[in-house]
Design a protein around this ligand. Structure first.
Ligand SMILES: NC(=O)c1ccc[n+]([C@@H]2O[C@H](COP(=O)([O-])OP(=O)(O)OC[C@H]3O[C@@H](n4cnc5c(N)ncnc54)[C@H](O)[C@@H]3O)[C@@H](O)[C@H]2O)c1
Length: 381
């Protein structure tokens, strides 16, 4: 079937989905809630996933065990790729032959060489190529970023001024079960610091307008999944780590990850400290949200009297489906559809996907080899 590069402003964006497990179904729910967008078809080689997706979308939506068949039969504007990390590169191959607009789940790929291949193919692609690093879109993260702006050049006008230190903490529950337990092995995910933490490396690059230069890390698999057995063996994924990233402009950022911290008031905490002040945001996980806890933003100044103010951040009114990430995926689809309609550049690019994977891959090497790893070693400079 012919596939359109862009839809006119009044047209519905016709979505197809590749991989409809947990995240694919989350994307479907978002698109169902999104005005001007329609779920047209879903594809997944696992019949149980297809059946679950079909239950969500109803009989009017076609479902396929084969992506090739879906692409051959359906007329689509956009495709969301939510297959396991290690499949992203091969799943993308037939899509480069189309001019479809693509939203690829994070991490872009599991390795830097695979990301570079995708980057090279994407440069010749007619449609939009967008990477699903949607933590940028969490309303509390957006409020945090607004407080720091416009400090991109000299920091003037922002609450922090030029950011010198950024610390990010994620204290959360262990990895969930996935179809075919693919997420239990680093070879399939890229390792925890790629799989999970690419979101945070992406946020570091958003907050600090400079290139990451080198990465130090310490981490281990101390508690989680050690009792599980699969044909491939015992899972080998990290469940805790500290990472430090140095940037070209002299700023530094840290990540503190614990995946056995279910009993946390807040799941993510971001703290930026600069020449003028400090901004902190604390974001509750889904369990605490269900108990009524809201995100908190604290802004403090180094000025006279060292004033500090804290405010609560509720649900963003424009979000019609909140999902598991404070409405971030919904807001991501709003911008993705706007870019399709207006034929504008993606706001979360393949380059963002590449750097977020490279920083995670550098951290994985740093902790296993107990040394500082430069991004130049991985071919990024
Ligand atoms: N952005 C986020 O916050 C977020 C959250 C969770 C997962 N993810 C990402 O979404 C992707 C999927 O994760 P998930 O949690 O939904 O996993 P999942 O195991 O629940 O679902 C993956 C689905 O992909 C299907 N699949 C496997 N190989 C395929 C192929 N070659 N082509 C098409 N489908 C295939 C599986 O049968 C399964 O139904 C991963 O890349 C993951 O990292 C992102």
């Amino acid at each position: 079937m012919p596939m359109s590069k862009t839809a006119a402003a009044t047209d519905e964006i016709r979505y197809g989905f590749i991989g409809v497990g947990m995240m694919g179904q989350e994307h479907i729910r978002n698109v169902q809630a999104l005005p001007g967008a329609t779920v047209v078809a879903v594809a997944d080689p696992e019949s149980a996933s297809l059946a679950a997706a079909q239950e969500l979308v109803g009989d009017t939506v076609s479902s396929y065990l084969s992506t090739a068949e879906m692409l051959a039969k359906e007329s689509l504007d956009a495709v969301v790729i939510s297959s396991p990390n290690f499949t992203h590169r091969s799943v993308l191959e037939p899509l480069w032959e189309t001019s479809l607009n693509l939203l690829i789940e994070k991490p872009l790929c599991t390795t830097v060489p695979d990301c570079l291949e995708v980057q090279s193919a994407a440069q010749h692609h007619d449609g939009i190529v967008w990477v699903g690093l949607e933590y940028r879109y969490m309303p509390p993260v957006q409020r945090f970023l607004e407080e720091l702006a416009p400090g991109e050049v000299d920091g003037s006008g922002s609450s922090t001024g030029r950011v010198r230190m950024l610390s990010i903490r994620e204290h959360r529950f262990p990895f969930l079960e996935k179809v075919g337990h693919w997420n239990r092995f680093s070879a399939n995910t890229g390792g925890t610091l790629v799989e999970k933490c690419c979101h945070f490396f992406d946020l570091m690059r958003l907050v600090i307008p400079s290139k990451p230069i080198s990465v130090m890390a310490s981490g281990a698999q101390d508690l989680n999944h050690l009792e599980e057995q699969y044909p491939e063996g015992t899972p080998d994924i990290l469940d805790n780590a500290f990472v430090i990233v140095d940037f070209e402009n002299g700023a530094r950022a840290s990540l503190d990850l614990s995946m056995f911290a279910e009993g946390s008031a807040f799941e993510q905490e971001l703290v930026a400290v600069g020449d003028l002040g400090k901004v902190e945001v604390k974001i509750p996980g889904f369990m605490e949200v269900s108990r009524g806890r809201q995100a908190e933003l604290t802004v403090g100044s180094r000025g006279a009297g060292w004033p500090v103010t804290t405010s609560l951040i509720g649900t963003e009114e424009s979000v019609l489906y909140v999902g598991a990430h404070h409405g971030a995926s919904y807001l991501e689809h709003v911008d993705f559809c706007d870019a399709i309609r207006n034929d504008t550049a993606p706001l979360v690019t393949v380059e963002d996907g590449l750097w977020s994977v490279a920083m995670g891959a550098a951290a994985q090497i740093a902790l296993s080899e107990r040394r500082s790893v430069t991004l130049a070693e991985l071919g990024l400079s």
